[in-house]
Design a protein around this ligand. Structure first.
Ligand code: 6PG
Length: 477
């Protein structure tokens, strides 16, 4: 039999993706650097569908129907290049290499260009949803050529998650690196969502004095409303979990140092290059790095802080409602920033990414899946050239309603000395965007003073310089 699709790299993501294809009726060739893993997969899950085990690269390629569709599920970076070097010489024009790892989009652009010269379609594809998603339906973000999507798209639609309205959570994001770029920003937003939830928890614990179990219940309540999302749902699970060894809340026995594999950091690095203010995502990345500076934190433990004044019983519930408002408003801002970055990337690289379609495929399967994303889809569907999510009337109205509580929460956080970098950055972004005048005018004056960097006037065209060291008259630059 010739297989309709092949998967090489059978660690947990690759294995689950291969099983997902097989369970959906596709014949799947499977291959791994160490053949024992290939055999184990077929032995354990062979009954789920049609697998063709291939021991060598040649066998693997020979097992695939043409044009070949070869899914690579190895570590991003050099391992991906190594696999391409191994397989590309065995392929023919029209064949497709689908990279489902968390690759940097710049690498994807390079690989796509190189392979295109050989007539091979390189399809950098974001896959979100972790192990469970890979098996039962991930959100899939393919880039690459339109041609490749014609035959690949229907297969991906089959194995993908479905949104509540039944739509498959997959779309052709755009050419070359567009898919991996979209996945990168997904992860940046994931970091921001996680940080905002963590801050809400921290406030409920430190300012309101709720226990982790009580906070889990509060999150469960929120999850029945507009914050309904996978991350809120699992947060309640984590918070209500009790450590078997100590009988303490699980969250109290875990070291408070957050790690990261790098995709959130990329989102911020690229945003800096593109000049897009993703302050909420940046604060989320920095919050993780700060948490890991154990020695620095140790050395800072005695620094002065305010005297804590925990809320009384009567005020607690009202505070929790305010935190919900602050979390929701901040969430709107981080998605605003993330979508701005996708829009900017799309313009920079000529990808023509449909922002509404991106929101639509994030409604199911991925880590940031949430009811909220259907609102974003609707906002872009109503107006594809929306300057920003904050320009959507619905979101603007919701923030208008939330803003007093949002500010009150930050006042409490500041007074009690609870750090809220995500909430605070989001509010600063909101207030800066709506400001009629920004102090950037002063910044321009300073730049002109020390470096003759010139400025523009509000009342006339042209660039100007003031002779600061002389008679302070103005000259046209
Ligand atoms: C997903 C996730 C996943 C990611 C990590 C997060 O969409 O399924 O984003 O792709 O690799 O789970 O990575 P960190 O280790 O950086 O938190």
């Amino acid at each position: 039999t010739s297989a309709q699709i092949g998967v090489t790299g059978l660690a947990v993501m690759g294995r689950n993706l291969a099983r997902n294809f097989a369970r959906n009726g596709f014949s799947v060739a499977v291959h791994n650097r160490t053949a024992a893993k290939t055999r184990a997969l077929v032995e354990e899950f062979g009954h789920e569908g049609t697998f063709v085990a291939a021991e060598s690269a040649e066998e693997f390629v020979a097992a695939l129907e043409r044009p070949r569709r070869l899914v690579v599920m190895v570590k991003a970076g050099e391992p991906t290049d190594a696999v391409i070097r191994e397989f590309a010489p065995l392929l023919e024009p029209g064949d497709m290499i689908i990279d489902g790892g968390n690759a940097h989009f710049a690498d994807t652009r390079r690989r796509e260009k190189e392979l295109r010269e050989q007539g091979i379609h390189f399809v950098g594809t974001g896959v979100s949803g972790g192990e469970e998603g890979a098996l039962n339906g991930p959100s899939i973000m393919p880039g690459g050529s339109v041609e490749s999507y014609a035959t690949l798209g229907p297969m991906l639609e089959k194995i993908s998650a479905k949104a509540a309205d039944g739509t498959p959570c997959v779309t052709h994001c755009g050419p070359d690196g567009a898919g991996h770029f979209v996945k990168m920003v997904h992860n940046g937003i994931e970091y921001a969502d996680m940080q905002l939830i963590a801050e809400a928890y921290h406030l409920l614990r430190e300012v309101a004095g709720y226990s982790p179990a009580e906070i889990a219940d509060i999150f469960r309540t929120w999850n029945r409303g507009r914050l309904d999302s996978y991350l809120i749902e699992i947060t309640a699970e984590v918070l209500s979990h009790v450590d078997a060894a100590t009988g303490k809340p699980f969250v109290d026995v875990v070291q408070d140092r957050a790690e990261q594999k790098g995709t959130g950091r990329w989102t911020v690095q690229i945003a800096l290059d593109l000049g897009v203010p993703v302050s909420g995502i940046a604060e989320a990345v920095f919050a993780r790095s700060l948490s890991g500076h154990t020695a620095l934190r140790e050395a800072s433990r005695d620094l002065a802080g305010p005297t804590a004044q925990p809320l009384g019983e009567a005020e607690k519930a009202a505070f929790a409602d305010q935190v919900e408002q602050a979390l929701y408003a901040s969430k709107i801002v981080s998605y605003t920033q993330g979508f701005h970055e996708i829009q900017a990337g799309s313009e920079e690289y000529g990808w023509d990414i449909d922002l509404g379609a991106v929101a639509a495929i994030w409604r199911g399967g991925c880590i940031i899946r949430a009811a909220f994303l259907d609102r974003i889809r609707a906002a872009y569907d109503a107006r594809a050239d929306l300057p920003s999510l904050l320009s959507d009337k619905g979101f603007a109205e919701e923030i208008a309603t939330a803003q007093d509580d949002w500010r009150a929460v930050l006042v409490a956080a500041t007074q009690q000395g609870v750090p809220t970098p995500g909430f605070s950055a989001a509010l600063a972004y909101y207030d800066a965007l709506r400001a009629e005048r920004l102090p950037a005018a002063l910044t321009q004056g300073q730049r002109d003073f020390f470096g003759a960097h010139t400025y523009r006037r509000t009342d006339r065209e042209g660039s100007f310089h003031t002779l600061w060291g002389g008679d302070r008259s103005e000259v046209e630059a």
